[in-house]
Write a protein that binds this ligand. Structure first.
Ligand code: AMP
Ligand code: ZN
Length: 115
């Protein structure tokens, strides 16, 4: 989608610090990390958020996105001490980039508060 920063990252038009890439998904370090390790996992295809993806995205592709997040987290060694997987959806969740993304947060003790 035009003017979507994550579409541009997915297409290589804007650089990113990549962790993993295949034909459908991309994982890269968050530019403004909110934890010791903060990685984003996105589908290359544009969906505004999880709600839009649930309605329009192939279920297997959505499963692949989550599977990739778990694999990336394991690859970073986060599975041992634990990590948080989050996806902000819409204004109440303070979503700032309207392209579906999963946040992987870990590497040190996180807050027990979720909201
Ligand atoms: P959200 O607030 O859930 O929409 O998360 C958007 C995330 O994207 C934030 O954590 C930003 O720091 C991150 N972000 C924005 N632009 C970039 C970029 N060019 N490269 C990497 N991460 C980015
Ligand atoms: Zn997009």
């Amino acid at each position: 989608m035009q003017d979507c920063i994550f579409c541009k990252i997915a297409q290589g038009q804007i650089p990113s610090n990549k962790v993993y890439e295949d034909e459908a998904v991309l994982a890269f370090h968050d530019i403004s990390p909110q934890a010791e390790k903060h990685v984003l996992v996105i589908p290359k295809e544009h969906y505004t958020d999880l709600d839009a993806a649930e309605r329009g995205m192939d279920a297997g592709a959505l499963a692949h996105l989550f599977q990739t997040a778990a694999r990336v987290a394991r690859g970073l060694g986060l599975h041992q001490s634990g990590y948080r997987l989050a996806s902000n959806c819409g204004p109440h969740a303070c979503q700032t980039v309207p392209h579906l993304h999963l946040h992987i947060l870990g590497g040190s003790q996180l807050s027990g508060r979720m909201g």
